[in-house]
Design a protein around this ligand. Structure first.
Ligand code: HAM
Length: 416
């Protein structure tokens, strides 16, 4: 195919086999979220650029270099959403959800876009599943949120899962801590990567995200934010931990955990999988108590997470997300068979909940039986060789029936 016509780098075509796995995961997500009282929400795939600059933070990698931003025909700056929380909070304000009983619990699934270097598990268009609970600072929501993702990962049999949690405190604590960390980093500036050095002033905490060896060395012995929490934040975090402990959820407290988005306060967390290689983050999130207000809404604390669907499926146990598969039946037609009748039988079988197909590519009867086997057919209904026959593909046994209706009954009953 001509180079110019190929799909853009970092995009995926989801072919049917993967498509089915994704739908299996979608069903699990819906079930798990619904049981927790979370309702589905859809927000636009493009939003005004200002929403992400304001919401995600303009010193973050995402806003500085990863957004797909363009001007529309009306001269407005538009961005393909790089994440979902800002859009959900915008909708919360814009659609008056703060007037509903609080907290408002929402979940979503859809495409997101980041201009990152593509590699295994990292794409420029990817899919996230996420939840947000807005309108309450109750620590049980933090724990509930974490446990929802844990449950989804458990349901798909995700392998090598590890959970890290921390608390970033309130913006005030963080400001005081940032000064302290800045001081520490300035004393070791020659060790730092250019990137981290350039950000000391604006966002020193991002140094913890760097895998640059010099930066890591500079951070050895650095003060940690989790040791600087005020009493209220420490108590909030303590309560989250208590609830996770009571639920038997294993985790590790990691004071170096910083997230790539600026809106977090208090609890942050990340689930990783050892199955994923370099892009090991399955999903992450945390509390964002100031975000709704920052977007022009009323004070409304929130907490949530998003997980990468492609990464979840890479870490999943094969087949774990499959639902119960319907019985497969093939309606085969010998040369002089009545194709209209065959079509009608297949339709009737589908109406009864089975997966039924007819011949549509001109194969011989022998070819059709081979094809039926490839499809995993349990039964083949054969028309045009005398009376209607039903072949049980597992035993090879072939039975004559009196009519199409009788064949349908036989197949529906599982051959009994
Ligand atoms: P995030 O950590 O930026 O958080 O992304 C969440 C997850 O999306 C990651 O853990 C990863 O699995 C997946 N992901 C991110 N970028 C890519 C990519 N380029 N390719 C494939 N997968 C990717 C957020 O987006 C926050 N909105 C989460 C949140 C919700 N916090 C509070 N509420």
């Amino acid at each position: 195919m001509a180079e110019a016509l190929r799909a853009p780098r970092g995009t995926l075509d989801v072919l049917p086999e993967d498509g089915r796995r994704r739908l299996g995961l979608l069903r699990i997500a819906d079930e798990v979220a619904a049981r927790g009282g979370y309702g589905p929400i859809e927000t636009p795939i493009f939003e005004s650029t200002a929403l992400f600059a304001r919401g995600v933070g303009d010193t973050t990698d995402i806003v500085e270099k990863e957004m797909f931003t363009f001007e529309d025909q009306g001269g407005r700056s538009i961005t393909l959403r790089p994440e979902g929380t800002a859009g959900v909070c915008r909708a919360y304000v814009e659609r008056g959800m703060h007037k509903l009983p609080q907290p408002v619990k929402l979940w979503y699934w859809g495409p997101f876009f980041r201009y990152e270097a593509p590699q295994a598990g990292r794409f420029r268009q990817f899919t996230q599943v996420g939840v947000e609970a807005i309108g309450s600072a109750d620590p049980s929501l933090d724990a509930e949120s974490i446990l929802l993702l844990a449950e989804m990962l458990d349901r798909i049999g995700a392998r090598g899962v590890r959970l890290r949690i921390s608390s970033l405190g309130t913006p005030r604590t963080r400001r005081a801590y940032s000064d302290e960390l800045r001081e520490h980093l300035r004393g070791r500036e020659d060790l730092l990567s250019d990137d981290v050095r350039a950000r000391i002033e604006r966002n020193p905490l991002r140094a913890f995200d760097s895998d640059h060896p010099g930066t890591q060395a500079a951070l050895a012995g650095a003060p940690q934010l989790i040791d600087r929490l005020d009493a209220e934040d420490a108590e909030h975090f303590e309560r989250v931990r208590e609830l996770l402990d009571a639920a038997g959820q294993p985790y590790e407290v990691d004071g170096t955990l910083v997230r790539g988005l600026d809106y977090y306060s208090r609890t942050v967390f990340e689930f990783e999988s050892t199955e994923l290689g370099a892009q090991s983050a399955l999903g992450g999130g945390g509390r964002y108590d100031g975000l709704v207000e920052q977007l022009g809404g009323p004070p409304a604390p929130g907490v949530g997470w998003a997980a990468g669907v492609e990464r979840m499926l890479l870490a999943a146990a094969p087949g774990a997300e499959d639902g119960a598969a319907p019985r497969v039946v093939y309606v085969a037609t010998a040369e002089d068979a009545d194709a209209v009748q065959a079509f009608g039988i297949a339709r009737e079988l589908r109406l009864r909940g089975m997966h039924a197909e007819v011949e549509q590519a001109g194969r011989s009867l022998k070819g059709q039986l081979k094809h039926a086997d490839r499809l995993g057919a349990e039964y083949v209904v054969i028309l045009g060789e005398g009376p209607v026959q039903v072949k049980d593909m597992s035993t090879g046994e072939q039975r004559e029936t009196g009519s199409a209706a009788e064949a349908i009954e036989l197949v529906a009953a599982g051959g009994a």
